[in-house]
Design a protein around this ligand. Structure first.
Ligand code: GTR
Length: 428
């Protein structure tokens, strides 16, 4: 068990005052803590000891004993059950194709996924961008977007269907917001590297506000009941939707569906991790600035806390997680275990220097503390023990970088993810 990296003085003081307990986090209830010396003492839950005390020291024991235990704990405690629904109701329909994207370097197909056919809703439109210069099926990134597919590019040929439904752009006409998020979508670089990229407006899967889980895909879940504190909450719903996107990609001949990397930024980084943890068809996972409830260790309470996130976004996690706002040390899991659930598949955790709300160091420490599981598989992790300097990416099967700048997805980030993809698909 790795002791938390809190300052020893804090630790001793806390012990002396008897506050290393479930109630410790209340000390920081006033405002976010951005002072490393005030990070509370913590001990991370054991990664490689089973609930009945068995030492986990082989890949088989991880896969058969410990991994299922941890996955179940995340379902019970944090994200809620992974959704179940009648998948025979899924239907896919190509509704447009445009082969002159990026000056003719790529084709964009819009493929509509009906979740409950023959009903027309709920549904989502996948924007599938495929390089025209390819000799067969290509690997792909799957990255959901925040504001509508047409906000990822200025090209007027990309259909603008859903801007009006966006939490971020409510009330704005679709054409007003075309291209506003384009800096996050390095289409040229991705296509030039030979990858496809698929995106979907996340609120088509489930709208991002608390409505008691009435809308989006929630009504389709056969294992949903508000009576249980472990109902599939909204991040679980988004993650499930990305798995349905992969179901659809499996039917698209231009895409090699065994080579899809799920990638997400911020709340969608939390979603990508949870999706990859549950759906082992994804070849690798990238968490970009996912922060609290994503890659950052909950026990550090640096920046956004469990209490704060559950107050601001009560629909993201299940009710059981809300119980831990004042006692994060009592959580049976922490986020290094979410990273470990991806093993042995490669995982990338990225942070940004000015994104203190997401606790860059806590994101690094999660990646570091997931390494014992990769070691079981004889796979190299980060290759460092300390958080690297800005803009110095590290790692092999577990990768990390701290980009200079804000909470965002930039060309620098994409350059690293493309190198990561090159590694993922050449290492196989
Ligand atoms: C913030 C939230 C973060 C992060 C971010 C985002 O307001 O506190 O956890 O998810 O939103 O998704 O942009």
């Amino acid at each position: 068990m790795r002791l938390g990296l809190c300052k020893m003085a804090n630790c001793l003081a806390a012990v002396a005052f008897g506050i290393v307990s479930a109630g410790f986090s209340a000390t920081f209830a006033q405002g976010p803590n951005y002072d490393e010396s005030k990070v509370p003492c913590y001990e991370l839950p054991e990664l490689l000891v089973s609930e009945c005390g068995i030492e986990i020291n082989t890949p088989e024991a991880w896969k058969n004993i410990r991994r299922p235990e941890i996955l179940k704990q995340f379902q019970k405690t944090m994200f809620g059950k992974y959704p179940e629904a009648d998948l025979s109701k899924l239907k896919f329909e190509e509704i447009s194709s445009y082969d002159k994207f990026l000056d003719g370097k790529a084709t964009v197909k819009t493929v509509r996924v009906y979740f409950n056919a023959p009903e027309k809703t709920p549904k989502m439109d996948l924007m599938v961008v495929v390089p025209n210069n390819r000799s067969g099926a290509v690997p792909a990134f799957l990255m959901p977007n925040f504001q509508g597919n047409h906000t990822t590019t200025d090209d007027p040929n990309i259909p603008a269907f859903f801007a009006e439904g966006s939490t971020h752009n409510r009330g704005k006409a679709p054409e007003e917001v075309r291209g506003i998020a384009k800096s996050r979508w390095a289409y040229d670089k991705i296509i030039a590297a030979g990858y496809a990229i698929v995106t979907v407006f996340y609120e088509e899967i489930d709208p991002d506000f608390d409505d008691g889980f009435q809308n989006g895909v929630h009504p389709l879940f056969t294992n949903f009941s508000l009576q249980n504190g472990d109902y599939p909450a909204t991040i679980s719903a988004w993650a499930w939707g990305l798995s349905r996107a992969l179901d659809c990609l499996e039917t698209i001949p231009e895409i090699d569906a065994e080579k899809v990397i799920v990638l997400g930024h911020s709340r969608l980084g939390k979603t990508a991790l949870w999706c990859g943890a549950n759906d082992e068809r994804f070849a690798a996972v990238v968490s970009n600035d996912s922060g609290c409830g994503g890659a950052a260790l909950s026990r550090r309470e640096f920046g956004e806390t469990v209490k704060k996130i559950n107050t601001t976004f009560p629909h993201w996690f299940c009710a059981n997680f809300h119980e831990y706002g004042d006692c994060v040390n009592a959580l049976p899991i922490d986020e290094h275990e979410l990273i470990a659930l991806i093993a042995p598949r490669p995982v990338y955790v990225a942070s940004a220097t000015e994104d203190l709300w997401a606790d860059p160091k806590g994101e690094f420490l999660s990646a570091l503390n997931a390494e014992p599981v990769y070691r079981l598989f004889e796979l190299e992790g980060l290759g460092v023990d300390e958080q690297p300097d800005p803009d110095e990416p590290v790692g092999t099967y577990i990768r990390y970088h701290l980009r200079t700048g804000k909470h965002d997805v930039t060309d620098f980030d994409w350059e690293q993810y493309i190198k990561f993809a090159n590694f993922v698909f050449s290492a196989k």
